[in-house]
Design a protein around this ligand. Sequence first.
Ligand SMILES: Cc1ncc(COP(=O)(O)O)c(C=O)c1O
Length: 501
Amino acid sequence: MSYKLDLSDLDRGAATSVTQQLVDLISSAIDDGTLPPGEKLPPTRDLAADAGVNHLTAARVYRRLAERGYVTASVGRGTFVRQVPPSSASDELDDDWQLAILPERRTSPAAEALMDSFRITHGRRDVISLAAGFPSPDLAPAAELARITAKVFDEVGRDALDYIDSEGLPELREELARRGAAAGFASEPEELLVVSGARQGIDLVTRALLRPGDVAVVESPTFVGALASLQQSGARVLGVGIDERGFDVPALERILARHEVKLVVLQTASQNPTGRDLSDERAERLARLARERSFFVLEDGVYATIRFDSAEPQRLRRRAPGHVIYVDSLSKTVGGGLRIGWIAARGPALARLTAMKMDDDMFTATLNQHIAARYLASDEHERQLARGVPHYRARRDALLRALDRHLAEDGRWLEPVGGHHVWVTLRRPIDDRTLWLEALREGVAFTPGSATMVEPGPRTSLRLSFSMLPPERLEEGVRRLARALRAAHRVDRRRASAPLS
Ligand SMILES: Cc1ncc(COP(=O)(O)O)c(C=O)c1O
């Protein structure tokens, strides 16, 4: 900065303090444009050295400038001349001024890649999308829900449109507790907080428990939304791999030997994207570790009831109900548009989460809670789950057969026991952006594995979702993917042999 500001005029004998002189000097330089908007100011240490003042004086100078709106400070990045929004002549044409006002948003290349894949494939009938793991449209219980909705208005009338408590509708919490007692995620309605989808549940938990600098551990690969919430929290996020017995608990123990871990995040059944369960032995070990080392576990069970050949496993929370916070929803079995999710927890953590739910959106839509409560009280949900078993199993098998036929030489995969996805790892690594672009050219989309991982490993992986496509489309999708892979390898070879310019 010293090349832009002349500090030689500071008058140590003057009536005006040196602090004030520095404030005036820097603010005039900002006013006359010598220091333009966005310019980074030197660290306080350097300002102190250049001006011959102590470090506290330099810090005070920046504080005063910030109070007057001349500069903004951002932890870890430094102090900057405030961006002055350009005035826009016409309100209709130019919204660029907003960029100067909007605070910075932390995002990851992985999340951006995923958003791209939804944006680009949305509404394109020529592209077979193996990227979205939503419930099969063929199973949507629309007629049943229409009937239940009419019944709700018949029975409770305008109460269905009322404000209610943040915890959620008592009838729904009771239904959820009944299921929780059988599956092991809750034992009484008071443990349940209704939220707007599991996504909100995950976000509330990470915001309630983590502060910048805390250490959190997450299964990797995982649900991209869990990664986004963890990254937004500012915590240091460490990844732990998954094998055929699920989350690698021995790897977690090695991390615990070196770090004070506050939160461990995982799905214990039909995991997205590997489709595997946490083994009994590992679940026991994880529950014991949580108790011994006093950390929270966020257990996500959104795919736990989608099974192909075995019953849904007991949830981890049964083994350590004070340490495990459970999230789940009806999004994967009924429909994501309902936005009915829940958290099961207890103690001060539950009180904190309830208060945050209140701050966020007060409560989850009353009408949808009435519908969900009646739907769960009937045996409609059991029928819905039963319909899903052969439906999704046939689609999983069709995808596995297509992989055997077209990609056996190029990759390997774990057979999912539940859920909507197959996790494919390629034998030869390839840039997944190149593969993704070639795939789109061939008319197929997938989720790049790197979008689901804390740190992309040396191998290339793909998440392929089968839930929304009939068997013949899955076969065609994998055929296109195999062609795209060959094309991507050709691009890679051409790049490798191109002379450096
Ligand atoms: C593992 C996992 N957890 C949570 C969610 C979010 O679920 P919801 O739609 O209920 O917010 C998803 C959605 O894809 C998911 O895959």
